[in-house]
Design a protein around this ligand. Structure first.
Ligand code: BEZ
Ligand code: FE
Length: 304
């Protein structure tokens, strides 16, 4: 085969040399015992070689790429996962979610998980407050969890987490306090309700190599305002998603990790101070907001 995917013309002889190398590398995986691993490695080889040939990658550029990946590894530790961040800003996380969560009937769409989930978030009663010591505009969030046939799901576990009004998650605080996160369970009608904070836009961590890459490409690190959910229930597919704030300009500007799906944009209605709250909570002189998120979970056997 003498074709090349290069946009820069090369001689037929040169193209053949390059293709021969790709084929040798592909053949080196021929005896991989695990068929899936073989498929993945050979496809990766094909795309990687095509990329190098297409952009006619220079040795200096490849060196820069290696230095960049080394820096991504060096900044990564228990608290900072720069590789996930890299995958996020390249849209690879979101693409993997799309590939693995095809739209099933009317099920709620999934989006990126992000690095700020904690396993041991506190339990709250229905109507409780997830904010703790995190500051922001109080926001009443309510909704139902149903299956794709419209049957309510009682006892579904609803995990919620979000940043404070300054754009920080509790795990980014210096004092290890837990705030802006909790879990609760739906009632016998599949309903849930809680107080949270009206989400605000915030930048993903951008003081490392991924931030430098965003800067060099004139891209913003800012995420559209959102509230994270993870919903689990017996026999139903676990849903990891967020809701986004309708009218947030960052949705138009662009979410830095490509997580926005139209179906996940919700109206957050701001209520002037003094408006009675759904549960009689006295917010004194504060404005508050309210939103609704009705969640539909696919059955586990609807996964693929
Ligand atoms: C987040 O939503 O928390 C997040 C997602 C991807 C990268 C960084 C943060
Ligand atoms: Fe987030």
């Amino acid at each position: 085969m003498t074709e090349t995917t290069s946009t820069t013309p090369v001689s037929a002889e040169q193209a053949a040399r390059e293709q021969a190398l790709t084929e040798r590398v592909l053949a080196s995986f021929n005896h991989t015992p695990n068929e899936r691993l073989k498929e993945v490695m050979q496809s990766l080889t094909t795309h990687l070689h095509d990329f190098v040939r297409e952009v006619r990658l220079t040795e200096k550029e490849w060196g820069t790429a290696i230095e960049f990946l080394t820096a991504v590894g060096q900044i990564t530790d228990d608290r900072r996962q720069e590789f996930i961040l890299l995958s996020d800003v390249l849209g690879a996380s979101m693409q993997t979610i799309l590939v693995n969560n095809p739209t099933t009937e009317n099920a709620t769409e999934a989006t990126v998980f992000g690095p700020f989930f904690l396993e041991d978030a506190p339990y709250i009663e229905l109507g409780g407050d997830i904010a703790g010591s995190a500051h922001g505009q109080p926001c009443w969030v309510e909704g139902t969890v149903k299956d794709t046939h419209g049957i309510p799901v009682p006892g579904a576990r609803v995990e919620v987490w979000e940043a404070d009004e300054d754009g920080f998650y509790d795990v980014q605080y210096d004092d290890h306090r837990i705030a802006g996160r909790a879990h609760l369970f739906t009632d016998q009608h599949g309903e849930f309700r809680f107080w949270g904070l009206t989400p605000t836009p915030y930048p993903i961590p951008h003081d490392g190599p991924v931030g430098k890459m965003l800067e060099a490409t004139n891209r913003s690190p800012v995420r559209a305002s959102h509230l994270h959910f993870m919903v689990t229930a017996e026999g139903l597919r676990t849903l990891v998603t967020h809701i986004f704030v309708e009218g947030d300009p960052q949705i138009e500007i662009g979410d830095s990790v490509f997580g926005v799906q139209d179906s996940l944009i919700k109206r957050f209605e701001v209520q002037p101070a003094g408006t009675p709250t759904p549960d009689g909570r006295d917010l004194k002189d504060k404005n508050w907001a309210r939103t609704r998120f009705d969640i539909i979970l696919a059955r586990s056997d609807e996964q693929q």
